[in-house]
Design a binder for this molecule. Sequence first.
Ligand code: ATP
Length: 428
Amino acid sequence: MGNLLKKRLCGLDNEILSIVREVAREAEGCRCRAYLVGGFVRDLVLKRKNLDLDFVFEGNAIRVAEKFSAAHDAVLTVHKRFKTATVVLPCGLRADFATARKESYPYPGSLPVVEDGPIRDDLYRRDFTINAMAVAINRKNFGELVDYFSGYRDLTSKKIRVMHDKSFIDDPTRILRAVRFEQRFNFEIEGHTLRLLKEALESNVEGNVKPPRYFVEFKKLLQEPKPIKGVNRLAGLRGLAFIDRNFKVGKPVFDILQKAEININSFQRRFKQRQSDSWLVYWMVLIAALPSSRIPSLLQSFHFKREDVKKILLSKNSAGIIRDLSLKGITPSRIYETLKPLSYENMILLSSITSQKIVRRHIKDFLLQYESVKIEISGSDLKEMGMASGRSMGSVLGKILKAKLDGKVRSVREESCLAKKLAALTKG
Ligand code: ATP
């Protein structure tokens, strides 16, 4: 095993490998044992690319991080209280440095109390055995696997297993993590762990965690490349009650989720330069059936950002927007006015909800053509025509844009003619 992981480490990108070696060198200078831990090690075994370098030291992690960052011109952020540090290298790579620690939970769902400890304790406080392995990186034992809890066995037999029976009680966010890793890797939550997870859900342990913290984990599930499997699994375990006590996801919602996945991918291919928060599209689909009056307090309890709240509230009018867009003979300017206030995510959602091809066509036309239409004439041109700036000027510019979108003006000259007419009207 030592040889295998040593080979894998040596096969990493040169940039990563040299960081690992340099960190180990600095750790040796500080007389520390150094390890890579957690998801990085899991993915090293699984041969999956992972750029989240998580280092743990038996010794003072902050000192190692300070030395390393000084030698590499990196930006260092220190969290003295937790004895951790984050280093961002000039190339953009990030590495976390932590002092090996032991954790205890004063009450279920609380943040843990930590004290220094050996690597074994640091690994024991983790969520699942597959995430509780370390690889030594000091020169004398470089590549040696540290696996006290049979993580390697579970990884090869594709099992998600908690470290101890109180795991979900100590930290209910692990319920969501178990489902996320199970679905991501096509693993299986092992029988005893599954029983503990169901018991935890039955006794509503998630209520012991602050809702925003629980939602952070749920958002990660929605950010997976294929999140529907995870949502489906969670729904099957009745793990969506944290959204609303009687929350259920039926087949119609799953059908829309599937369409959303297809649309997210097709929009991504078609509009490469645009970025969408795909998790938000899934979330809007999920909560579409909740009464509008329930939404603001729900979003507030999860501490949603104001811009996301705005998008979600707009999504509650999706049916009305679809109705408007399917009106016969709708003009480009009307399509523009209807879609302009919406976010890209709202448009992906609309395309997923509607069964009407024409609505999807209008959305694509908006994104490909109408949205970028600009008029040549400006406010200062209107001023020269004697118009005072203010609301009426804005309205004239809006009317010219509308005319351009609908093909009623096609040149600067025509824009200018229309502007003069409209300006005269506002004066009159
Ligand atoms: P991903 O590939 O999704 O980033 P990850 O395993 O790297 O997965 P992180 O959330 O970055 O996940 O966490 C890093 C490591 O910290 C995990 O591998 C695990 O060992 C530990 N960890 C994270 N969250 C918890 C938790 N709630 N309880 C215990 N250990 C945790």
